[in-house]
Design a protein around this ligand. Structure first.
Ligand SMILES: Cc1cc2nc3c(=O)[nH]c(=O)nc-3n(C[C@H](O)[C@H](O)[C@H](O)COP(=O)(O)O)c2cc1C
Length: 213
């Protein structure tokens, strides 16, 4: 049993919201996941693509001619140890704006990082297709995509007119995505054995191939 808490540099977790819509539910669920990461000691940063002057991937041949915001986006993601991606379900997949932002990045920003996924949809089937596509993208960029994910179907029914989430259980599930991303990002980056053990002890049990008693 580890005796005492040791200090450490907090990990950074960025959230990217894949909807440009004013009042977007995607942005709200990404923020709730980020809040969970902050609860577990992470430094958090919301990347709202509405605030970035990006180009379509491939539209400008020479990187020297890219707008500064492409490099700002890359820099912020590269500096982070954990990434939370949020997308609306659009025609059975993720949004084009998020795909384009990811296409403007590469292994350089994403490989080896923890990645958590959250999504919303207007219909009652949820954002499962979008999240599955994002999971493939994360895998192809060699991210460690968290098995847990949160899909919010009929998102408009979960928020009050002021934009607050009204379902406490759902709020906790969204927070938990961030808490897990912060915890595993820290484990990936830890230099101190004591700290590793303390966090290891708070992980869920992995039964491996053993039968449950
Ligand atoms: C282009 C487009 C395609 C959409 N496709 C789907 C869909 O396939 N399934 C679904 O349930 N909702 C679909 N929706 C509804 C959105 O998922 C829903 O409005 C969601 O809240 C949008 O996210 P936001 O609030 O973050 O902007 C679509 C909306 C748009 C604009």
């Amino acid at each position: 049993m580890v005796e005492k808490e040791t200090s450490r540099t907090p990990v950074k977790v960025v959230g990217i919201s894949g909807s440009l819509r004013k009042g977007s539910y995607t942005k709200k669920v990404v923020q709730l996941a980020l809040d969970g990461a902050a609860e577990n000691g992470a430094e958090i940063c919301m990347i709202d693509l509405q605030d970035y002057n990006l180009i379509f991937c491939g539209a400008v041949e020479d990187e020297a001619d890219y707008p500064e915001d492409v490099f700002r986006l890359r820099r912020q993601v590269k500096e982070a140890q954990g990434i939370i991606l949020g997308t609306p379900e659009y025609h059975g997949s993720l949004s084009g704006v998020l795909k384009n932002a990811l296409d403007l990045m590469s292994f350089n920003e994403i490989e080896g990082k923890m990645m958590g996924l959250v999504g919303v949809s207007g219909g009652n089937l949820g954002a499962i297709n979008a999240l599955n596509s994002l999971r493939n993208i994360g895998r192809s960029l060699h991210a460690w995509v968290l098995p847990q994910q949160v899909s919010v179907p009929e998102a408009q029914n979960y928020f009050d007119p002021e934009g607050n989430l009204v379902d406490e259980e759902l709020k906790d599930r969204l927070n938990e995505i961030g808490r897990l991303i912060a915890r595993f990002s820290t484990l990936h980056n830890i230099g101190q054995g004591q700290e590793f053990i303390r966090m290891w002890e708070s992980l869920p049990v992995n039964p491996g191939g053993r039968k449950k008693p």
